[in-house]
Design a protein around this ligand. Structure first.
Ligand code: NAD
Length: 490
C-alpha cells in the first residue's frame, strides 16, 4: 500500500493538449490532485480560444479525409486503438484511480475491456450498417444514406472518465466524424493517455484532438460556441446542459445530453433477500456514490423494512474505505474537498430537517499519507420524506436514504417524483410485478434484480431533466450521422 502511494508522490505528470497529432502546451497550467492524498501529482494546461480554434481547424481539415474513408478502413484503425487500450490496461487503470480516487479493483479487466469495447463495437457497427429502403406504390424507390455530421465536440465529466470518453469517441469516429474532446478539469489523465494511444494506433492527425481546460469562459464554453463544431455530445450536470444549450443555439448545433440522475431502488418484500442487499450496496456505493446511475433513494416494502435496513447498515459499515491503490479497498476517496464539503452539506441539512443518520455521515480521517484525502464514511439516512432535499437533489456521494412504502402505486409515484429520469432498480421475484412496475417508471434504464449491466446495443440516456436523446447501438446514429433520403424516379 505505502509503496503505491509513494510512487504517486514521486510521479509528476505534465499533461498536454493533443492537437493535429501533436502534444502541445497552451494556456496557464492548473494542478492535478490525487483525491486519496490531496497531493499535486501533475499539471494540465487550461486551453483557451486559441487552442480550441486550432483543434477545431485541425478536425475540420481531417474531416475531409476521415469522413470519406471507407468504414472498413476506419474500422481497422479503430480496432488498433482498442487493442492499444487493452495493451495499456494496467496503466490506464492506475491513471483512472489517480484521476478519480476510485479503488483500483474496480478498474480491473472488465472495466478496461468495456472501454475498448466502446471503440470496437461502434467500429464494427458502422462497417456493417444496413440501409433502409422505402419503395413507393408508384414505383419510385427511396433509400437512406447516413453521412457523418462533421466535427464533434465531446465534453465529459470527472466521475468515470475513461468509460465516458471512449463511449463518445467510439461512435463519433466510427461514423466518420472527427473529434475535439474536452475532458473534465479534475480528471485530465485518462484523456491524455487516450491521445497517446490514438497516436500509437495511427489515427491520422486531426481526427482525434484533446483540449484540456475548464468549462465556463474556457475551453468547454468556447467549444460549444464554435461555428466550426457541428455537434456536442455532453455528459455532466443538468445545469451545465442548460447553459450549453443556450450557448450552442446561435450556431444551431446538434445536441446530445446525458445529465444528472437520482435513481430509485425499489425493494419488494418478495425479492431474493441476500441479492437485494448486495445489489443495493453496489448501487449505493459504487464509485463512492459519485455515479449518475446510482440508486441513492432506496424504497423498501414495509414488511421487509426492518430486516433489510439492519442488513444493509451492517454491510455499509463493513465497506473497506481507504487507499484506492490497495486491491482490498472497496471504496476510495471522493473527488476533492470541495465536492466532499458539498456532499456533507446535504447530510447536515437533512439532519437539521429531522432526518436520522444510522451509519456514517462523517468525513473519514485516515493516517498519512492519506490524511490529505477526501474520504467519507458510507452513509445511511432514514426518517426522510420523498419531498425532502436529500431525496430530490443529486448528492453524488456515498449517501443513501432508506424509506418504507406500503403499496406499488405509492412507490411508483415516489420513484417518479423528482425532476430526473435516468435510471432505476426494481427488486422482486414476481415476474409480472417486475414488468408492470418497470413499465411505469419514467427513466431511460430500469434494472430488475441487478445494477449497472450494460449492453452497447440498447438506448442509453435520460428522460425529463436527465437528458436529451439516446446513444447506444443504432440510437447513436441520430447523434453522430446525418440521414439523407435519395429518391429515384422510375
Ligand atoms: P459538470 O457539468 O460540472 O462538468 C462536466 C463537463 O462540462 C466538464 O468537462 C466541465 O468542464 C464542462 N463544463 C462546465 N461548464 C461548461 C460550460 N459552460 N460550457 C461547456 N462545458 C462546460 O459535471 P461534473 O461535475 O463534471 O459531473 C457530474 C455530473 O455528471 C453529475 O450531475 C452526473 O449525474 C452527471 N453524469 C451523467 C451521466 C449520464 O450518463 N447521464 C454520466 C456521468 C455523470
Amino acid at each position: 500500500m505505502a509503496t503505491e502511494v509513494k510512487r504517486s508522490q514521486t510521479h509528476h505528470f505534465k499533461v498536454q493538449h493533443f492537437i493535429d497529432g501533436q502534444f502541445v502546451d497552451g494556456g496557464p497550467r492548473f494542478p492535478i490532485i490525487y483525491p486519496a492524498t490531496g497531493e499535486e501529482i501533475g499539471t494540465a494546461p487550461a486551453g483557451g480560444q486559441a487552442e480550441v480554434d486550432a483543434a477545431v481547424a485541425a478536425a475540420r481539415r481531417a474531416f475531409g479525409v476521415w469522413g470519406k474513408m471507407k468504414p472498413s478502413e476506419r474500422r481497422q484503425v479503430l480496432h488498433r486503438f482498442a487493442d492499444a487500450i487493452i495493451a495499456h490496461g494496467d496503466e490506464l487503470a492506475r491513471l483512472e484511480t489517480l484521476d478519480v480516487g476510485r479503488p483500483i479493483r474496480d478498474n480491473g479487466r472488465p472495466y478496461i475491456e468495456r472501454a475498448a469495447a466502446n471503440i470496437r463495437f461502434f467500429a464494427d457497427f458502422a462497417a456493417m450498417l444496413p440501409s433502409e429502403a422505402y419503395p413507393m406504390e408508384n414505383g419510385y424507390i427511396n433509400y437512406v444514406l447516413r453521412h457523418p455530421v462533421g466535427v464533434a465536440g465531446l465534453i465529459t465529466p470527472w466521475n468515470v472518465p475513461l468509460l465516458l470518453e471512449t463511449w463518445k469517441i467510439g461512435p463519433a469516429l466510427a461514423f466518420g466524424n472527427t473529434v475535439v474532446l474536452k475532458p473534465a478539469e479534475w480528471t485530465p489523465l485518462a484523456a491524455w493517455k487516450l491521445a497517446q494511444l490514438a497516436q500509437e494506433a495511427g489515427l491520422p492527425p486531426g481526427v482525434f484532438n484533446v483540449v484540456h481546460g475548464y468549462g465556463p469562459d474556457s475551453a468547454g464554453e468556447f467549444l460549444t460556441r464554435h461555428p466550426g463544431v457541428n455537434l456536442i455530445s455532453f455528459t455532466g450536470e443538468t445545469v451545465t446542459g442548460q447553459i450549453i444549450m443556450a450557448n450552442a443555439a446561435p450556431t444551431l448545433k446538434r445536441l446530445s445530453f446525458e445529465l444528472g440522475g437520482k435513481g430509485a431502488n425499489i425493494v419488494f418484500a418478495d425479492a431474493d433477500f441476500e441479492r437485494a442487499v448486495e445489489v443495493s450496496i453496489r448501487a449505493a456505493f459504487f464509485n463512492q456514490g459519485e455515479f449518475c446511475l446510482a440508486g441513492p433513494r432506496i424504497f423498501v416494502e414495509r414488511s421487509l423494512y426492518d430486516r433489510f435496513l439492519a442488513a444493509f447498515v451492517e454491510r455499509a459499515r463493513a465497506i473497506r474505505v481507504g487507499d484506492p491503490m490497495d486491491p482490498e479497498t472497496q471504496m476510495g476517496a471522493l473527488i476533492n474537498h470541495e465536492h466532499l464539503n458539498r456532499v456533507m452539506g446535504f447530510v447536515e441539512r437533512a439532519v437539521q430537517n429531522g432526518a436520522k443518520v444510522l451509519t456514517g455521515g462523517k468525513r473519514l480521517a485516515l493516517p498519512a499519507p492519506l490524511d490529505g484525502g477526501s474520504f467519507m464514511e458510507p452513509t445511511v439516512i432514514v426518517d426522510v420524506g420523498p419531498e425532502d432535499e436529500i431525496c430530490q437533489r443529486e448528492v453524488f456521494g456515498p449517501v443513501v436514504t432508506v424509506t418504507p412504502f406500503d403499496d406499488e402505486a405509492e412507490v411508483i409515484e415516489w420513484a417518479n417524483g423528482t425532476q430526473y429520469g435516468l435510471s432505476a432498480v426494481v427488486q422482486t421475484s414476481n415476474v409480472r410485478r417486475a414488468h408492470r412496475v418497470a413499465a411505469q417508471l419514467q427513466v431511460g434504464t430500469v434494472w430488475v434484480n441487478d445494477f449497472f449491466v450494460r449492453d452497447l446495443r440498447v438506448p442509453f440516456g435520460g428522460m425529463k431533466y436527465s437528458g436529451i436523446g439516446r446513444e447506444g447501438g443504432h440510437y447513436s446514429l441520430e447523434v453522430f450521422t446525418e440521414a439523407a433520403n435519395i429518391c429515384i424516379a422510375v
